[in-house]
Design a protein around this ligand. Structure first.
Ligand code: SOE
Length: 393
């Protein structure tokens, strides 16, 4: 529990859809379960539609509202700007906030292009010299089972890493009748499954292994190119009405990668894995052991210890709910488990702590830029058919 007499950290949130709601829950909850060095205050929520943002502020717990994000940055009762908008506005908002001396939390992927991400990382580095901090929102790093996976690799329990196998499987647009949304428009989202969910498995595999991707070979596919516009023209996505819209992003991305330590990577990010809802599956095979994770069973990490005698060797299910694991002691007794929203709360805990300690939070905008460079390499590789070897029929 954070004492109410801790110095305040006054937050301005921009955007109130799925991510805005998840971030609001985290800002509200973190001070009730963790003893934070600063006390977050939900000061202002910004959105374009006055009536909708006022209703959202009431639901999500924000004290005031603005209909222009510039006002959030101009207010002297805001210390931190939390960017939960589509990717086409991340750079403009985050850079303006940093230059105004506001700390920034920005949703992933950092930007819609490498050029934008470079400008954001440069602004963040400059701001850091003035004690202004920034973080990009790769929240799955903050699942205790992922922290354990990273620790096992760092402690050498897997030996030399040979294989990294990562999938992010969803199916929310597998039905061709699923309507258009901003996530399906390149000028708003930057890319489709690749940036939205592929970014997570790029960040996670690099975080767990401590290695970075040095090169990729890729394929992108758009299975459904026309979709019905949402019935209501005023939908949050900003598109709507009669007729159809054209999908201008990938529905699925598959790519091979090589890591700095020599490991081979196989990646798949798709919104067409019918039956899979939020299946982040990672398996890492090393010379001394292996591990496997599935977000749809997120409190468990499977671990194979290669030093076990053959008669008892096998993947064992570690239930990562003991208080020794990061964050867990603040929540429930062993075995009761955490959920999707806890990663966002842990993100707030680590960001607030870094700000109070005057240190740079991780993942930084530089980390977000590196992921953006991987996404860009995937898109360039997918567009280059010269490396594709046809099989004669
Ligand atoms: C995509 O549907 C999405 O909402 C991602 O944008 C989020 O980053 C992920 O946490 C859940 O799925």
């Amino acid at each position: 529990m954070t004492s109410p007499d801790r110095p305040p950290l006054r937050v301005g949130l921009i955007g109130y859809a799925f991510m805005g709601a998840a971030h609001s829950q985290a800002w509200r909850t973190a001070p009730h379960f963790f003893d934070l060095p600063l006390h977050p205050e939900l000061t202002v929520l910004a959105g374009r539609d006055a009536a909708r943002v006022a209703a959202a502020a009431g639901t999500l717990g924000w004290s005031s509202t603005e209909t222009d994000w510039h006002r959030v940055i101009e207010r002297d009762d805001v210390d931190l700007v939390d960017v939960c908008t589509p990717g086409d506005t991340h750079a403009e908002i985050a850079i303006a906030a940093l230059e105004a001396g506001k700390h920034v939390l920005c949703e992933k992927p950092l930007a819609n292009s490498v050029a934008e991400a470079e400008a954001m990382a440069e602004a963040a580095a400059k701001a850091a010299t003035r004690g202004v901090r920034s973080m990009v929102g790769f929240t799955y790093r903050r699942v205790p089972a992922i922290a354990l996976a990273r620790k096992l690799v760092a402690d050498g329990r897997l030996g030399d890493i040979r294989h990294v196998r990562a999938q992010y499987l969803q199916d929310w647009i597998a039905d061709p009748a699923a309507p258009m949304s901003w996530r399906l428009e390149k000028d708003k989202a930057g890319s489709g499954a690749l940036g939205d969910i592929g970014a997570h498995i790029v960040d996670l595999t690099q975080y767990i292994t401590g290695q970075q991707l040095t090169g990729v070979s890729a394929m992108l596919e758009t299975f459904v190119t026309e979709r019905p516009l949402p019935a209501s023209a005023g939908s949050l996505s900003g598109v709507g009405g009669e007729g159809t819209g054209t999908v201008t992003v990938d529905d699925a991305a598959v790519f091979l990668g090589r890591f700095t330590g020599g490991a081979l990577g196989v990646f798949e990010a798709t919104r067409f894995a019918l039956g899979r809802k939020n299946g982040i599956r990672i398996e890492i095979n090393g010379s001394a052991g292996s591990l496997a994770f599935d977000f749809e069973d997120m409190n468990v990490l499977e671990f194979f210890d290669g030093s076990e005698p053959a008669e008892t060797a096998g993947f064992r299910r570690v239930i990562v709910t003991e208080p020794e694991h990061p964050y867990v002691a603040a929540w429930w007794p062993a075995g009761h488990g955490l959920g999707y929203e806890h990663g966002f709360t842990h993100q707030v805990v680590d960001l607030v702590t870094a700000i109070a300690e005057n240190t740079d939070p991780a993942p930084s905008f530089a980390d977000g830029l590196q992921v953006q460079r991987v996404l860009d390499a995937v898109e360039r590789s997918a567009g280059d058919r010269s490396t594709w070897t046809e099989i004669p029929s």
